[in-house]
Design a protein around this ligand. Structure first.
Ligand SMILES: [Mg+2]
Length: 310
């Protein structure tokens, strides 16, 4: 295993010189950046542990990409613009330099794609590979979209297709989420979104989070859920099996959001420019519970384990 300096040196070269709002980049004790006037800084962090969140056999480049994407996804879910990332990695003593570089290549590929600069971090030796990323972004002051802003009557929408994350896991690979920066910026910039969350743990639990924070209930329609081709293929075209991948599979990193009824037309028109964008149902008063319309009637939505429900 090469020394920490060698890895930092390689990262530093790859990161280039600090420019614009970034005053101090990688390699010093701290990074420094100037927040834009009228904006707030968003911060989020996510930790992935070998054997718990990923397997080495999924490919380190893909694991790196997914780790960075999970963090960027959280910034987008608040309506923010992702800017910087700090990457802390515990590298296995027995691991090769090639494996470490492959991991960093994946991290950088994702960061570059979404305009995120890696501005610092740490590397240590570890028994298992551990990746902890802190992402920073910005949002216009007071405009961060939270999980708690939905009101009864708001429409519930989802970007893209669901079940890709679960399908990839079953094939022992990692889903590289497309992420939706343009859609998030277009809708949130116009104040069309009342609440939003990214789907890291499956549609069911994310909808419960929105309802809990917004103090609402919800009704979504099972037949409207957009299923990915990968999920349908893996379940041999069995829609009900594919639904369980969407509801409880997770790691899709699509956006689940609510839009007040008066903005629905505008939101659909704008959002559809950037992604498949599907209405799933509506928010209800809290007393109505969180429900899914399935097999001709509205039933309580299982929090996880949709399999058992089918
Ligand atoms: Mg999230």
């Amino acid at each position: 295993m090469p020394g920490e300096f060698k890895i930092i040196e390689r990262l530093r070269k790859a990161a280039g010189r600090p420019s614009g709002a970034l005053v101090l980049g990688i390699g010093d004790d701290c990074a420094a950046f100037r927040p834009a006037p009228g904006f707030e800084t968003l911060a989020t962090s996510d930790m992935l542990v070998e054997g718990v969140h990923f397997r080495l056999s999924q490919g380190l480049s893909a694991v790196g990409y997914k780790s960075m994407a999970a963090n960027i996804s959280d910034i987008l879910a608040c309506g923010g613009k992702p800017l910087y990332a700090l990457v802390a990695v515990g590298l296995r003593e027995k691991g090769s330099m090639r494996a470490a570089l492959s991991l960093y290549a994946g991290l950088r590929k994702c960061a570059d794609k979404f305009g995120v600069k890696i501005v610092g971090g740490d590397t240590v030796r570890s028994e298992k590979l551990v990746i902890s990323i802190t992402a920073l972004g910005e949002v216009a002051s007071g405009k961060a979209v939270t999980r708690g802003g939905a009101r009864p009557g708001d429409y519930i929408l989802v970007t893209g297709e669901l079940g890709n994350g679960a399908a990839a896991l079953k094939k022992n690979s990692a889903w590289l989420p497309p992420l939706r920066p343009e859609l998030s910026a277009a809708l949130c910039g116009r104040g069309l979104v009342s609440s939003m969350i990214d789907i890291s743990d499956g549609l069911s639990s994310e909808l419960y989070h929105l309802c809990a924070e917004s103090k609402t209930g919800a009704l979504i329609y099972e037949e409207l859920v957009p299923l990915s081709k990968a999920a349908l293929k893996l379940s041999g075209g069995n829609r009900r099996k594919a639904l369980s991948a969407a509801f409880s599979g997770g790691e899709d990193y699509e956006l689940l959001l609510s839009v007040p009824a008066e903005f629905l037309g505008t939101a659909l028109k704008l959002g559809s420019k950037y992604s498949k964008f599907t209405v799933l149902g509506r928010m209800l008063p809290a007393g109505k519970g969180v429900k899914v319309f399935s097999g001709g009637k509205a039933k309580a939505l299982p929090r996880g384990g949709y399999d058992a429900f089918l």
